[in-house]
Design a protein around this ligand. Structure first.
Ligand SMILES: *Cc1c(COP(=O)(O)O)cnc(C)c1O
Length: 346
């Protein structure tokens, strides 16, 4: 284990640095047993566990971080993560973790690991955080394809640096019509673990070719934009902000819903959640991707079948910049929080 005094806060990247404790609760005999904080470490499970054989597992991701004066440690909309995890569990036949139990688990993990929360650095454009990873998986042994009879809920935590060290860096996307991350009627709309390994091969190929990520199109017609890797897609055309509607194969991002709210209330943009063709998106004035890890990533170019379209001269557009500053401002207590998005836990 790395002790907090050994951590080089300025050197952290978005990778695993184990912290002190993790929360563990087991579901068996038809109920969740009281969770306990235990030292972070390996767990032991049956080789016949439902998660290992049939991918019965879901996860969440949220950040605990210091606000601007380094007083308290806060979470951003954690109840939205709790509710989304309930939906994810239901979709793959796992018992849902009650919202209050989720909240107790994340609070306990942050309090227990508070020395691992990176300090707020006023001179930095992007801040580090303690990334929390709640997950539920089928740990009961099962031979045929069926739900397991025992489940484990774990919340572990890792200090991480900002996703982009230099703040904002427009990313290059590859539109790859050979692969899809999710199909109609599938599990793309929930954070099921099975959705992520399928993207590794296309992402690896795209990265070898110099791209940052893959922009996925819909599985049925290869025409409509779905997501950017594991982030939601947005574009700005004139005075409209457009993002693909939640059609079942797109994940309902918490950053996504926050950006939509801010765009409407504070930037006076017209919000359009609808089907968005690649053709239309290539004409965008600005484009960006959203997710907890990177917050907002401006999109500098999109390449489809050897044709590269540069967006906003590869620079960060004014609306993208304003949304980023507003969202980060609210998150770090620099701007007021009219929506009560921030929840203090330490
Ligand atoms: C987690 C995730 C997102 C982003 O969701 P946030 O709640 O904003 O972090 C977007 N797309 C996919 C596929 C995801 O797994």
């Amino acid at each position: 284990m790395v002790t907090p005094s050994e951590i080089q806060w300025n050197e952290l990247t978005f990778s695993l640095t184990p912290s002190k404790t993790m929360y563990v609760s087991v579901f068996s005999g038809n109920q969740w047993h009281p969770g306990v904080l235990q030292p972070y470490g390996n767990i032991s499970i049956s080789p016949a566990a439902g998660v290992l054989n049939y991918g019965q597992g879901v996860f969440e991701g949220l950040k605990a971080y210091h606000t601007k004066d380094n007083v308290g440690v806060v979470l951003f909309r954690p109840r939205d993560n709790a509710r989304r995890m309930i939906e994810s569990c239901e979709r793959i036949c796992m018992p849902a973790v009650p919202e209050e139990m989720f909240m107790e688990a994340v609070r306990n993990v942050v309090q227990s690991n508070k020395e691992y929360v990176p300090p707020y650095r006023p001179e930095a454009t992007a801040q580090g955080s303690l990334y929390l990873r709640p997950m539920v998986c089928g740990t009961g042994a099962v031979l045929g394809v069926a739900p397991a009879n025992e489940y484990t809920f774990i919340v572990f935590a890792s200090p991480v640096g900002p996703y982009f060290k230099t703040g904002f860096q427009p990313i290059k996307l590859k539109v790859d019509p050979h692969y899809h991350r999710a199909a109609p009627g599938g599990t793309g709309g929930v954070k099921a673990i099975g959705n992520y390994a399928v993207g590794m091969y296309p992402a690896k190929k795209a990265k070898q070719q110099g791209f940052s990520e893959v922009l996925y199109l819909d599985a049925k017609e290869d025409k409509y934009i779905e997501e950017v890797g594991a982030a939601n897609f947005f574009c700005i055309i004139g005075k409209s902000i457009i993002t693909p509607d939640l059609n079942g194969s797109i994940l309902s991002g918490i950053t996504r819903r926050s950006v939509l709210q801010l765009a409407q209330d504070q930037l006076g943009l017209k919000v359009e959640e609808r089907r968005l063709t690649l053709e239309e998106a290539l004409k965008a004035d600005e484009a960006f991707a959203t997710g907890t890890a990177a917050v907002i990533s401006p999109i500098g170019s999109m390449t489809f079948e050897d044709k590269t379209t540069i967006i906003k001269d590869g620079k960060v557009g004014p609306y993208t910049q304003k949304l980023y500053e507003t969202l980060l401002g609210i998150q770090h207590g620099i701007l007021p929080d009219p929506y009560n998005w921030i929840e203090r836990v330490v």
